[in-house]
Ligand binder design. Structure first.
Ligand code: XMP
Length: 507
């Protein structure tokens, strides 16, 4: 595998994505916890950073445990660090070195540059530049503005590049990374979903004792469903899935998802606890209070169900790699805007050990593994749905009647997205019940009813999002259907706010 040492660049995860796309396994570690070299580590990538090597406070770890022992590739800050530590001169760039540039000079006999064409476009993003290289370093590529765009240490597979091969604007970036990980580091390209499944199943069988029972909370989402299928393959019915209906799911979702799980042969218990959740939510209007009440009730219900499983030793969770990286990141914890994590503290309370079979996978890898394991399309490509469900899409207090009203309107919207083929083009969609009434006219009668807002966004990871530019005819049709078919709603609006400054959910 490849070790990526993270110095805090916004692009570090992208380096990992690109290397994994080459079917080579890699892991990100913060530079503050640089692991020692083991036999599995075939090469090291040093990431970029918002810092400057000239700043005495900047990251400056001892790299001697890697240099000369395995191939090393420094990217941007990583390259500057390699030059700086060996006595090279790194200075503030005098001209702007941000954006597209073209390689104007190239040592194409160099293994890192193999197959890269002259004039190849690369993406630059740096405030410092390498002015002079240490004696035993030589330049292997330049651009008209940047003489040291890439270098190698003489007679040693240690390289530095000033540009970012991981962003798609570097058109041959992936080829350069392939040159490094496949040709120079000699990594096997065997990180495939099938390979992952075999390895994960074997590891689970080894970790989980022959009589141990494992509990997993299922939500109908991709991650928990794929985790369930992997565990099912490893330990069969000793996996006990618990799927709680909190009364805040989409229309008929509980029944249909439970049916899918049972069709896959999973050992799953469906628990309808809607009334308990409604009781806990009664009278609450503040979004964070509602989230806490829902989270607390979930733990109570789950705990009760889990205690019915004799010999339970493990709690499985669908944690994925971005969550893992986030929790060990070079950057400090982000400010809490909304408390997204719904079930803290469960394993401690239940004295269970935690098993997280997906903790090394990115979201799209989870989908590929799910596909390999036969997860049906409707679960595999389902939009994200928040744990507190419709509870945070009904603004103000929650009653069973409001839930039913919103479920009806939401079902019309989602169904229309499916029928027109737009569902897979948006990242997430849903309907929000607003806490206001407005006047309308139906036939000869005056109405005074509720308003729903439609929300649909495009996004890559939910961190930023744009409102989806759905066709007017589509919106007109959905609005018509909702107002005609859902009694109690006489007005539909469309949310045209992006994130930031808005958020995807309204609460
Ligand atoms: P926001 O509203 O923060 O949402 O832009 C970003 C993504 O997170 C989901 N979301 C939640 N998920 N519990 C969850 O499990 C929550 O409390 C929660 N709040 C928001 C939201 O649906 C979107 O996908």
């Amino acid at each position: 595998q490849i070790l990526i040492l993270d110095f805090g660049s916004q692009y570090t995860q992208l380096i990992a994505r690109r290397i994994r796309e080459l079917n080579v396994f890699c892991e990100i570690h913060p530079f503050t916890h640089a692991p020692d070299l083991t036999e599995d580590i075939r090469g090291v990538v040093l990431s970029g950073s918002p810092c400057s090597v000239r700043d005495p406070e900047a990251p400056n770890p001892d790299l001697s445990k890697y240099l000369g022992k395995v191939p090393v590739l420094g990217v941007c800050y990583g390259a500057q660090l390699l030059a700086h530590q060996a006595g090279g001169e790194v200075l503030p760039a005098t001209i702007r070195e941000y954006g597209r540039a073209r390689l104007s000079d190239l040592r194409d006999e160099n293994p890192l540059m193999h197959g890269i064409s002259l004039n190849s476009q690369v993406w630059m993003s740096h405030g410092d530049t390498i002015k002079t290289l240490p004696n035993n370093y030589h330049v292997i590529a330049s651009t008209p503005e940047v003489r040291v765009a890439a270098f190698q240490i003489d007679n040693q597979p240690t390289y530095g590049i000033q540009f970012h091969p991981e962003v798609t604007h570097s058109t041959q970036g992936k080829l350069l990374l392939a040159n490094f990980v496949v040709n120079i580091c000699r990594c096997a390209q065997d990180w495939t979903p099938e390979h992952f499944v075999d390895g994960a199943v074997a590891a689970l069988q080894q970790t989980i004792g022959p009589d141990d029972q494992v509990i997993l909370g299922l939500s109908g989402g991709v991650d928990s469903s794929v985790a369930a299928l992997l565990l099912h393959r490893a330990i069969g019915p000793r996996l006990h899935g618990i799927f709680v209906n909190n009364g805040l799911l989409r229309k008929e979702e509980f029944e249909s998802v439970l049916h899918s799980y049972q069709g896959l042969g999973l050992n799953v218990t469906g628990v309808d606890a809607s009334e308990e959740f409604y009781a806990a939510l009664r009278g609450l209007t503040d979004p964070e209070h509602k989230r806490k009440a829902i989270g607390r009730t979930f733990i109570e219900v789950f705990d009760r169900e889990a205690h019915k499983v004799e010999g339970a030793k493990w709690l499985a969770q669908g944690t994925i790699y971005p969550d893992v990286i986030e929790s060990v990141s070079v950057k400090g914890p982000a400010v809490t805007i909304k408390s997204h994590h719904n079930v803290g503290g469960l394993p401690e309370r239940m004295h269970l050990k935690v098993v997280e079979p997906l903790r090394m996978l990115f979201k799209d890898e989870v989908r590929e593994v799910g596909d390999t394991l036969g997860l049906p399309h409707n679960i595999l490509h389902r939009h994200p749905f928040p744990g507190p469900g419709l509870g945070i899409r009904i603004l103000g207090d929650i009653t069973p009647e409001k839930v039913r009203l919103l479920q009806e309107a939401d079902a019309i919207f989602i169904d229309a997205l499916h029928r027109t083929g737009l569902y897979d083009k948006v990242w997430q969609a849903g309907t929000i019940l607003l806490p206001i009434q407005s006047v309308g006219v139906m036939g000869d009668e005056r109405t005074y009813e509720q308003v729903v807002a439609l929300r649909a966004v495009t996004s890559v990871d939910g961190m930023t999002a744009d409102w989806a530019h759905l066709p007017y005819e589509f919106l007109a049709d959905v609005s018509n259907r909702i107002i005609n078919q859902v009694r109690g709603i006489n007005r539909v609006v469309y949310d045209i706010s992006s994130k930031p400054p808005a958020t995807i959910e309204w609460e």
